[in-house]
Write a protein that binds this ligand. Sequence first.
Ligand code: SAM
Ligand code: SF4
Length: 329
Amino acid sequence: MVQQPLQDSFGRRFSYLRLSVTDACNFKCVYCLPNGYKKPDHEQGPLSIHEIKNLVTTFAEMGTIKIRLTGGEPTLRNDFLDIVSTVAAVPGIQQVAVSTNGFRLKQLAKPFRENGVTAINVSIDTLDQKKFSEITGSNQLPAILEGIEAALAAGFPEVKINAVLMNGLNEDSLANFLAWIKDKPVAVRFIELMPTGQNKEFFANRHVQSKALIDDLTSGGWNVKQRGSVDGPAQEYTHPDYVGRMGIIAPYAKDFCSTCNRLRVTSQGGLRMCLFGEGNHPLRDLLQDSSQKEDLKLRLISLLQKKEISHYLPEGRYGNNNTFSSMGG
Ligand code: SAM
Ligand code: SF4
């Protein structure tokens, strides 16, 4: 039996897997799927529960303890709760996080809790309903906010919010978010807009660095929080007068890659070693039967030797990431 952990040639260990369970989405976020999702002709269906179980079992045996289920919009899958309970039952998996646009959260919050979800991330770029509709093509902000209340009522200790920072669209939304999280266990994390194959022009017009936001937080008395070993890339901030937390995800920041602890698998079973890398390495042929586990481990070990030390975003290279929705972003 292969005993090696998931480790690259720079000594980084991968305790965190982001697994996309579908490329499909019902929103049209301007930075992700501005024209909406269209199913490519050639594509196989997404990984089945059986394939997901084989994948996650192998990763867990190699040291992965946290799985994030993402997409596309993962809750569009009818069997999503079964996926959650299957993943949560894999020995070694300690945390099952879900990234969602929140459109079904009100109904799903309690079943999530009962089926083993340990953390929920919801994308909300602004609390202004009109701007929210402009950004996402959806008028469901009130229902999404109710979903967050439902998650807290169901016993989730907190909910994380992801807000993509965009010049001229929401870079002035800090005050609204701060008022909202004053007495609420919600962590709002601003993500710097990232370039993809599909959003070049949008990126050129809307990308703004988070420095001004960080200055506002620190001058407002927010303090940097220490990162844990399976935490994602956010730098979080706390404030003695606030129940909620703030955070920044800045992929261009120095040291962003040195703390990399995560791998991605696409809904088609392709390993992505970096969000901004070139490779999409098929694993699906080794997910068909649990007896293929050892071969899968050997393939993963060999692939990880090729993981690069960092992305090359500052040089303008962002790999073959066409859109986050197909990448488990
Ligand atoms: N549909 C779910 C959602 O929106 O949370 C899960 C998938 S979505 C691709 C995951 C995260 O990627 C969201 O928080 C979204 O805002 C973020 N995202 C998508 N495209 C992005 C981009 N170009 N730059 C930065 N973040 C992006
Ligand atoms: Fe859909 Fe999430 Fe992409 Fe928005 S960010 S289009 S909700 S996958």
